[in-house]
Design a protein around this ligand. Structure first.
Ligand SMILES: C[S@@+](CC[C@H](N)C(=O)[O-])C[C@H]1O[C@@H](n2cnc3c(N)ncnc32)[C@H](O)[C@@H]1O
Length: 331
């Protein structure tokens, strides 16, 4: 509701055709897909009605913005995240025009508190990271003949999942390759994990660098695989990088929330000139960044993986949030 409200409020003063809105707001080319998605979800929800010159935005219900903090708290999120969502909603037009970057809002003054609230310190991520830790422990156990066990983490970012899986690595010597596409996170991680001599750091872009990687026993990827230009291609590359019997564990959102479309999704717009993830894979034609659970399962099978677990299961209350951890074995 808050996200829909923000879309409507941003677009109402400049409303017209999609082209006219884009021109009036100065929407950056790399965010045009988001404008298109906004118009789509506004229409699906009955806030945008009529066709062509007859189309108009309905006056929407006021969801009382002051409650955003309460809604976040009810869902187990810290106030920093509510503040981030609120700022993103208020600045949605400037975000669309690239006059403000989403990173400026998510990492205010370069600190990780807000990102930690989004990716680690909340109900669902505590569940997912705990599940990831148990799955990593299981995978390490399978590799008892490997000394050290070679682990690659892709898109490790602020190290939220890394931190939570560390207890699973105490029983066996490991070689842990902490990687991200951005140097910003690697510098922070070097400080954060300075006490761990077996932690190595490096830049890996999952869209460009996978073909050149060596073999691993375990690959971990928390909330990053949706950035793949082509999910099927990336999963096949990860399959090739794992030794037979090796384990791929990844976390993904399988459902798009409207609040994310006016905030987190700006982080997923491609760099100028790069393609939008998913335009030629199972997401083609949808402008969805997050693949559905069944799409991940199909793609894993096509890439040659055997599914071990997908959590939480459907009976579990947090299932409804749409975030999952997948574990599968290279057969
Ligand atoms: C949503 S954050 C996940 C953070 C982290 N996994 C955690 O749990 O704290 C996504 C991360 O993926 C990285 N990323 C984005 N595109 C990438 C790509 N093409 N290759 C590798 N990493 C990428 C971002 O820099 C960011 O750190």
């Amino acid at each position: 509701m808050f996200g829909l409200q923000a879309m409507a409020e941003t677009l109402r003063p400049v409303f017209g055709s999609e082209e006219e809105i884009a021109t009036r707001l100065g929407v950056a080319a790399r965010h045009r897909w988001l404008l298109h998605r906004w118009l789509g979800v506004l229409r699906e929800n009955g806030w945008l009605i009529g066709e062509g010159k007859e189309s108009r935005l309905e006056a929407a219900a006021d969801p009382a913005r002051a409650d955003l903090t309460q809604v976040c708290a009810d869902l187990g999120y810290r106030p920093e995240l509510a503040h981030f969502f609120d700022q993103a909603n208020r600045h949605a037009g400037r975000l669309l025009a690239d006059r403000i970057l989403p990173q400026e809002l998510l990492f205010p003054d370069g600190d990780f508190l807000t990102a930690d609230a989004a990716y680690r310190d909340n109900l669902i991520n505590r569940y997912l990271n705990t599940a990831a830790r148990e799955l990593v422990a299981w995978a390490v156990d399978r590799c008892h003949d490997r000394k050290p066990v070679r682990i690659l983490e892709l898109g490790a970012g602020i190290g939220g999942t890394t931190t939570d899986v560390l207890p699973a690595l105490e029983s066996s010597p490991v070689d842990y390759h902490f990687t991200d596409v951005s140097r910003f996170f690697l510098d922070a991680a070097r400080n954060q994990f300075a006490a761990l001599p077996w932690m190595r750091y490096g830049i890996i872009d999952l869209n460009n660098d996978l073909a050149a990687q060596p073999d691993y026993d375990i690959i971990l990827a928390a909330n990053v695989l949706h950035n793949a230009h082509h999910i099927g291609t990336s999963l096949r590359q990860l399959h090739r990088m794992l030794r037979p019997g090796g384990v791929l564990i990844f976390l993904e959102s399988c459902r798009e929330h409207y609040q994310s479309l006016t905030s987190m999704h700006f982080l997923m717009s491609p760099r100028p000139g790069a393609p939008l993830p998913g335009t030629t894979d199972v997401r083609a034609g949808t402008r969805r960044i997050f693949a559905h659970e069944h799409e991940w399962l199909e793609q894993l099978t096509h890439a040659g993986f055997e599914l071990v677990a997908v959590l939480p299961e459907s009976w579990y209350p947090l299932h409804v949030l749409g975030q999952r951890v997948f574990a599968s074995v290279r057969v």
